[in-house]
Each structure stands twice: as structure tokens, then as C-alpha cells.
Design a protein around this ligand. Structure first.
Ligand SMILES: C[S@@+](CC[C@H](N)C(=O)[O-])C[C@H]1O[C@@H](n2cnc3c(N)ncnc32)[C@H](O)[C@@H]1O
Length: 291
């Protein structure tokens, strides 16, 4: 029967080949010798005497969209919610996995975050700023969307951190003259929402005295190319204004970093088991850069 079906399909010009089962989740990375593991502070602590459970629920409920899910001590948890939901961005463990992926390398480089100035570019609702604040850094996080700065302030007030400051600012206006310089600059998930990769990396490097953690979605090509496309500012994770955005390939990022003459750019290897697909398939990459 099977052979008859194969023969009929071949007659129609089709071939069936058994390719084996494709695993749902790609194989986990080979064990990499790297810095010691580091866990995010999760669930987030709550300032004693702060908002009640009911007040926190009401405050979160005022916003329809949340890029990250949040968990707070006492069993309060909130799911991420996007306009274009997909299983990748709706996974509440995504930021925690990303933390385990990046932050051991940052801590290994910087020694400790205590008292260090950290800039969180495009901070969204503040996940990274809050984590760095809990590790003792003096943090400035900025984003171009007022609603995200409100959300970040809400999370900051629940946790009760006074070493974290959020500002409404567009990437175009970021400059040492406005924000000062920082020991560590986080440029995470925003490069491919900007129109000019070279200019964006130059201004990011200019903000740092020592380290930049860079993470971007990439254009899938082995040559150094930059693909442009139009982006509308629809969701809270998109570009802040309509216009072209640039997707560099991995080798384009590396060539640009060489052109800018950074001292060192180390690609962070996959070392955390169970990382999301887009990290495993190479459509995203991260670098720890010494400026
Ligand atoms: C995909 S999210 C990344 C959030 C966070 N940095 C992370 O990696 O988890 C992109 C963020 O960039 C912000 N953004 C987009 N264009 C921006 C601009 N021109 N200036 C400042 N922030 C911008 C968005 O509002 C959004 O919060």
C-alpha cells in the first residue's frame, strides 16, 4: 500500500523521503567552561509596608500589555502580554533564561556590580535595571515609551529600590552629556529596532567607560550584510516611531565593532540548557565588549 502510494506520487512528480523526527527543542549546548552560574533574584522582593496584593493587582491591571511577566514574593504573579502573542515572547521564563545566559559573563568581567554605574538602554518595564539594582548597581534605565517608564516605576516602587532611576528618552538623544558615562552599558534587544547599526553601536560605546553587553536579533547570512525593512511602532517591544530598522548579520556586527576599534568583543557562547529556540538557532547573539 505504502509502495503504491509512493509510486502514484512519483508519477505525479513527488518523492517522499523519511528524514527522521525533528526534535521540538534543539539539543542543549555542549558544556562550556565559563564563569560560575548566576541566578536572577526571583520572585522579586517587596518593600516592607509597600503596596498590598490588591493594590499591586490593580496597578498591573491598568496596563493591557506587558513585555515581561513578573513574580513577587507572596505568590503574586503576572503574565507577559503582547499585541502579537507568540510562544517565544509569552514564555514568562524567557527573561530569567536570558539573565542566566548573559549575567555570569558581566559579573565575571566587572567583578561585582556594587556601586557600579549601569545604563540600561531601552529598559522596557525595567527587568534588567531592577536585577542590576538588586545586585547593588547605581542604575539608569531609559525607554522611548512613556507607558513603559510608568510600568518600570511601578515595579521599582514595589521592590523599593532607590538606586534605580528610569527616564523617558529616545535612543537618538542618548549622550554622555545628558546621562553621564557608565561602567557597564546594556544594549539588549534594541539594535534591530534602530535605523543605523554603525551609528547606534558608536553611540552605545561612547556611553561606556569599560563594558558593553550587546544582544541583538541578526540577519541570517554568513557575509557581513545589513538588511533594512520598515517597522511600525505597534507593540511595546517595537521601534518607537515608524521607519526603517536595520538587521545586521553576525559578521556585520563583528566588523563594525572592529571598525569602532573596541578593545575586545567576546561572543557569549550558549551555555545554559533549555535556552529559547531563537538563541539556539543563531538568530540572536550576544557579545561582552571591552570598549
Ligand atoms: C524588544 S524590547 C527589548 C527590551 C529590553 N531591552 C530587553 O532586551 O529585554 C525593545 C525596546 O526598545 C524600546 N525602543 C524602541 N525604539 C527605541 C528608541 N528609539 N529609543 C528608546 N527605546 C526604544 C521599546 O520601547 C522596547 O522597550
Amino acid at each position: 500500500m505504502k509502495q503504491a502510494l509512493k509510486n502514484s506520487l512519483r508519477y505525479l512528480g513527488y518523492e517522499i523521503h523519511w528524514v527522521g523526527s525533528v526534535p521540538d527543542v534543539p539539543a542543549d549546548p555542549v558544556r562550556v567552561v565559563g564563569p560560575p552560574a548566576l541566578e536572577p533574584v526571583w520572585p522579586l522582593p517587596r518593600r516592607p509596608g509597600g503596596l498590598t496584593d490588591q493594590e499591586i493587582r490593580e496597578a498591573f491591571g491598568r496596563y493591557e500589555l506587558w513585555h515581561y511577566g513578573y513574580e513577587f514574593e507572596g505568590g503574586l504573579s503576572f503574565q507577559p502580554s503582547h499585541l502579537r502573542p507568540d510562544s517565544v515572547s509569552e514564555d514568562p521564563s524567557r527573561p530569567l533564561k536570558r539573565f542566566r545566559h548573559f549575567m555570569p559573563y558581566v559579573l565575571e568581567a566587572a567583578g561585582s556590580l556594587k556601586g557600579k554605574r549601569v545604563l540600561d538602554i531601552a529598559c522596557n518595564s525595567g527587568f534588567w535595571s531592577i536585577q542590576c539594582g538588586l545586585l547593588g548597581a547605581e542604575v539608569v534605565g531609559f525607554d522611548a515609551r512613556p507607558v513603559l517608564i510608568e510600568q518600570a516605576e511601578l515595579v521599582r516602587s514595589i521592590v523599593g529600590l532607590d538606586n534605580v532611576e528610569f527616564r523617558l528618552l529616545d535612543f537618538d538623544r542618548m549622550a554622555p552629556g545628558i546621562l553621564g558615562q557608565f561602567d557597564i552599558v546594556l544594549n539588549l534587544g534594541v539594535l534591530y529596532h534602530l535605523p543605523d547599526t554603525l551609528a547606534a553601536l558608536q553611540s552605545t560605546i561612547a556611553m561606556s567607560r569599560e563594558w558593553v553587553l550587546l544582544h541583538s536579533t541578526l540577519w541570517p547570512a554568513s557575509e557581513p550584510v545589513i538588511h533594512i525593512r520598515w517597522e511600525e511602532p505597534i507593540d511595546i517591544r517595537d521601534a518607537s516611531t515608524p521607519g526603517i530598522v536595520a538587521y545586521p548579520s553576525k559578521s556585520a556586527v563583528e566588523l563594525i565593532l572592529r571598525h569602532i576599534r573596541v578593545k575586545e568583543a567576546r561572543a557569549i557562547p550558549l551555555h545554559v540548557p533549555g535556552m529559547p529556540h531563537d538563541y539556539q538557532d543563531g538568530s540572536r547573539a550576544s557579545w561582552l565588549i571591552r570598549v
